[in-house]
Design a protein around this ligand. Structure first.
Ligand SMILES: [Fe+2]
Length: 234
């Protein structure tokens, strides 16, 4: 199956000078969606950090809605996972309600693949960022999500593809990585069912194969003068 991936738009209409490309998020997203359509992707996935904190909540919401409206113009489904910055803007069930996603974690079976969507925006206390305040260097999967992952890796008859905003790749700086990611990687390897694990968060992007699993970090869509998105056959 073909997946179109994009992440870390950090959309803000009036960004600081050193973050000026973030204002181009809608234009770049349209360009990506057109490429996805042309390539006949099966699903699109947004790996989080859609908007940045702005002066007012109205402004944040209007950025959010503008992005969601673009996504809805296209015929293929688009799945979202929240990034750390999204929980500075959206609280409670606002993220799920606006994007139309069920509560995390969840899975969908498409084209003989099981897609697993997890949310690692949790403080070490076990509370989510919107409840306790976002500290981006603290990221973990609560035990229920690890159980969900284990269960799905056992039960799925199909190969699994994993999506998290934060990273599992051991070659990325520690601050970006999900707590106990070595244990999580062992779990994926042991299952023998996961070939791909996609993340965002680390804006430069990266790509490493570890223990038979390819950990792909999709680069930010708006960090540089180039538009970044990815189409992957999984
Ligand atoms: Fe992030």
């Amino acid at each position: 199956m073909k997946i179109g991936l994009f992440t870390d738009l950090h959309y803000k209409k009036d960004p600081e000078e050193n973050r000026k490309f973030t204002a181009l998020a809608p234009v770049r997203l349209k360009e990506a969606m057109e490429a996805f359509r042309k390539e006949k992707i099966d699903v699109a996935v947004c790996l989080g950090d859609i908007v940045d904190k702005a002066e007012t909540h109205e402004e944040e919401l209007s950025c959010w809605q503008e992005i969601l409206a673009i996504v809805k113009e296209y015929p293929f489904p688009c799945y979202f996972i929240p990034g750390n910055h999204d929980y500075e803007v959206m609280i409670g069930d606002e993220f799920c309600k606006t994007t139309g996603m069920p509560a995390y974690p969840f899975f969908v079976d498409v084209c003989d693949r099981r897609l697993l969507f997890l949310d690692a925006c949790y403080r070490y206390s076990g509370k989510r960022y919107d409840e306790e305040g976002m500290v981006w260097t603290e990221t973990m999967l609560p035990p229920e999500q690890i159980d969900f992952l284990k269960k799905n890796l056992v039960e799925s008859d199909n190969p699994c593809v994993l999506f998290t905003h934060q990273n599992l790749d051991k070659f990325l700086p520690k601050d970006y990585r999900i707590k106990k990611c070595a244990q999580l990687r062992r779990l994926l390897k042991k299952s023998g069912k996961v070939k791909y694990a996609f993340s965002g968060h680390f804006h430069d992007g990266d790509d490493h194969e570890i223990g038979g699993v390819r950990y792909v970090t999709v680069p930010s869509m708006t960090d540089t003068s180039a538009n970044n998105y990815m189409i992957m056959e999984v």
